[in-house]
Design a protein around this ligand. Structure first.
Ligand SMILES: Cc1cc2nc3c(=O)[nH]c(=O)nc-3n(C[C@H](O)[C@H](O)[C@H](O)COP(=O)(O)OP(=O)(O)OC[C@H]3O[C@@H](n4cnc5c(N)ncnc54)[C@H](O)[C@@H]3O)c2cc1C
Length: 462
C-alpha cells in the first residue's frame, strides 16, 4: 500500500472534515470488502465528500501526491471493481445524495451520484414516474455506481440498461477538473457523447457526481406469472413468443433448476408450480389498464410449451412469486463465496450453453456446482459457481466458462461490468485494436492512472 503522509491526510481532512476521513480499521472494513466477500483490499483512508467541489479537491490532492483512488457507491458491485485492491484511497459517494426537483415538463430528474436506487424511485413515485432500471440491490446500489457499471436489471427488456436512461452527467476528471452537462436535451448532437462514455467506465475515467435521467410514466396495472418448463429450449422458445405478443412486457426472468431449489429452501416456501421442471420464467406485464387478459392469452398461446402456470394479480401474490427471483443472490451467498460470471448468449445458443456448462465446470473442478438464473428477455444468464463445502472453485473454471461463452458468440459481461474479476478475459470479446482504443481513451483522460487502476483495462503486455 502506498503510504500516505501526515501532510496529505491533513489536507484530505481539511477538505471533507475529520468525521468524514475514516481510517480506523473497524470503520473502513465495510469499504474494503466487496459484497460477495471474494475481493478484499486495504486502504489508508476512506473519504466521504459532501459535494462535487470536495471531490474535485480530493482528486487534485491525490493526483499531486501520486495516490490512486477507487470511487465507491453502494459497494454492491459483483466484479470486485469497487474495493481498493492495491491500497488505493476510497472516495465514497454516499453523501452526494441530493435529489433535485422532478422536471415534469421534460419528465427528467437530476440526482446526486450517491442517491440509492430506492430513494430515487421514491423521489419520482409521487409524480407517477419511474426510473427505467430496477434491480434487487435497489436499497443500497447508487445512481453513480449504476451508471459506472451500466447496470441492467429486470426491466431492460422494456427500457434498456442505465446508458439508455442517461441524458447528462457531471463528473470530476483525473486532474480534478469538472465536466457538467445536465441540461437534459433529448436531442443534442454536439460531438462526442460523454455521458455514454461514462456508462460502463467503472470509475476509470472520472468520478460521476450527478446525473440527469430520463423518467418513464408509472404503469400502475400489473400482472405477473410464473411459468414452469420441461426443458430449457421450451423456456427460450416461450420467451421469444412472449416478446412478440405481449405489448406491455416489463420483465422476463429465468430461474434454472438448481437456483430454484436453493431459493425455495432459503425462503422456506415451496415452488409454486412444476416442482420437477428444468426452468421457470417470471413474466410481468405492466400497463395503465389491466394487462391480465393480454398476458393470459399470450400464455395460453404457448400451448404445450408450458407445464404449469401461477398468476399473481394483486401486489401480495405478485411479490410472493417475485421473491423466488429476488432472493436468489442472497440464497447463493449463504452457500459460500461463488465466482459470479454474468454472461449473454445469442438466443439460438442459450439452451446449449445452459445444458453444457455444468460439464464444462466439472471438467475442471469436480466438486464445483453451478447455480444459474438471469434475465432471459435479454439473453443474460448469471452463472454462479460454488466450490465444494463453500470454498471458492478452482480459479480455472472462470476461463473455461468464459471461453465457451466466446466460442458461442456471447459476451463475457452482460451487466455487472468487467471489474477486476474479468479484466484478464476482455480479449475474448474485444479485439487488440479495440483494447488499444480503450487504452488511448484512458491515458488521455487519466495519464497518471489515478482512477480505479485495477479494473476494466488489462495491462498492455497481456
Ligand atoms: C442482490 C444483488 C442483485 C443485483 N442485481 C443486479 C442486476 O439485476 N443487474 C445489474 O446490472 N447488477 C446487479 N447487481 C450488481 C450491482 O448492484 C450493480 O453493479 C450496481 O450498479 C452497483 O452500484 P453500486 O452503487 O453498489 O456501485 P459500487 O459497487 O460501489 O461500484 C461499482 C463500480 O462503479 C464504480 N463507481 C461507483 N460509483 C461511482 C461514481 N460515482 N463514479 C464513477 N465510478 C463509480 C466503482 O468504482 C466500481 O467500479 C446486483 C447486486 C446485488 C448485491
Amino acid at each position: 500500500m502506498k503510504s500516505i503522509g501526515e501532510n496529505v491526510l491533513q489536507q484530505f481532512e481539511e477538505i471533507v472534515g475529520v468525521a468524514h476521513a475514516l481510517h480506523d480499521i473497524d470503520l473502513v472494513s465495510t469499504y474494503t470488502t466487496d459484497w460477495t466477500g471474494r475481493f478484499q483490499g486495504r486502504t489508508p483512508v476512506v473519504l466521504r465528500p459532501a459535494d462535487t467541489q470536495e471531490v474535485s479537491q480530493i482528486i487534485q490532492v491525490a493526483s499531486a501526491a501520486g495516490l490512486a483512488v477507487v470511487p465507491q457507491g453502494g459497494n454492491t458491485g459483483l466484479v470486485g471493481g469497487s474495493v481498493p485492491l492495491q491500497g488505493e484511497v476510497v472516495v465514497s459517494t454516499l453523501r452526494l445524495n441530493m435529489c433535485e426537483p422532478v422536471d415534469l415538463l421534460a419528465q427528467q430528474v437530476t440526482l446526486g451520484a450517491g442517491v440509492t436506487l430506492s430513494d430515487a424511485q421514491h423521489h419520482v413515485a409521487s409524480f407517477k414516474l419511474d426510473i427505467g432500471v430496477d434491480l434487487a440491490a435497489r436499497d443500497s446500489c447508487t445512481i453513480g455506481g449504476m451508471i459506472a457499471t451500466n447496470a441492467g436489471g429486470i426491466n431492460v427488456v422494456r427500457y434498456g440498461p442505465m446508458r439508455d436512461q442517461l441524458l447528462g452527467v457531471e463528473a470530476v476528471l483525473a486532474d480534478g477538473s469538472i465536466i457538467s452537462h445536465l441540461e437534459g436535451l433529448e436531442k443534442d448532437n454536439t460531438g462526442y457523447n460523454l455521458p455514454g462514455l461514462f456508462a460502463g467506465s467503472e470509475g476509470t475515467l472520472g468520478i460521476i457526481t450527478k446525473a440527469r435521467l430520463r423518467l418513464h410514466p408509472h404503469l400502475p396495472e400489473r400482472c405477473s406469472a410464473m411459468l414452469a418448463f420441461r426443458t430449457i429450449e421450451d423456456a427460450v422458445a416461450a420467451t421469444a413468443q412472449l416478446r412478440h405478443s405481449v405489448l406491455g412486457l416489463q420483465a422476463v426472468e429465468v430461474i434454472f433448476r438448481d437456483a430454484m431449489h436453493l431459493v425455495s429452501h432459503h425462503i422456506s416456501a415451496s415452488i409454486p408450480v412444476g416442482s420437477h421442471a428444468e426452468a421457470w420464467l417470471i413474466v410481468e406485464a405492466a400497463s395503465d389498464s389491466d394487462p391480465t387478459e393480454q398476458l393470459a392469452i399470450a400464455i395460453d398461446n404457448l400451448g404445450s410449451l408450458v407445464l404449469d402456470v401461477a398468476v399473481g394479480q394483486d401486489p401480495a401474490t405478485r411479490a410472493g412469486l417475485w421473491q423466488f427471483r429476488e432472493k436468489i443472490t442472497e440464497a447463493i451467498a449463504t452457500q459460500g463465496t461463488p465466482h459470479k460470471l454474468d454472461v449473454t448468449l445469442p438466443a439460438s445458443r442459450l439452451a446449449q450453453f445452459v445444458t453444457d456448462v455444468p460439464a464444462v465446470i466439472m471438467g475442471i473442478d469436480i466438486g464445483a456446482t453451478p447455480v444459474m438464473f438471469g434475465h432471459l428477455g435479454d439473453g443474460n444468464v448469471h452463472v454462479n459457481i460454488l466450490g465444494s463445502d463453500g470454498s471458492e472453485p478452482d480459479e480455472r473454471v472462470d476461463a473455461a466458462v468464459l471461453d465457451y461463452v466466446a466460442q458461442l458468440g456471447g459476451s463475457i459481461s452482460a451487466e455487472h461490468g468487467v471489474g477486476t474479476a474479468k479484466r484478464d478475459f476482455l480479449h475474448l470479446n474485444r479485439s487488440a485494436t479495440e483494447l488499444g482504443a480503450f487504452r488511448a481513451i484512458k491515458s488521455s483522460l487519466d495519464p497518471k492512472g489515478t482512477l480505479n487502476p485495477n479494473v476494466l483495462i488489462p495491462p498492455e503486455n497481456q
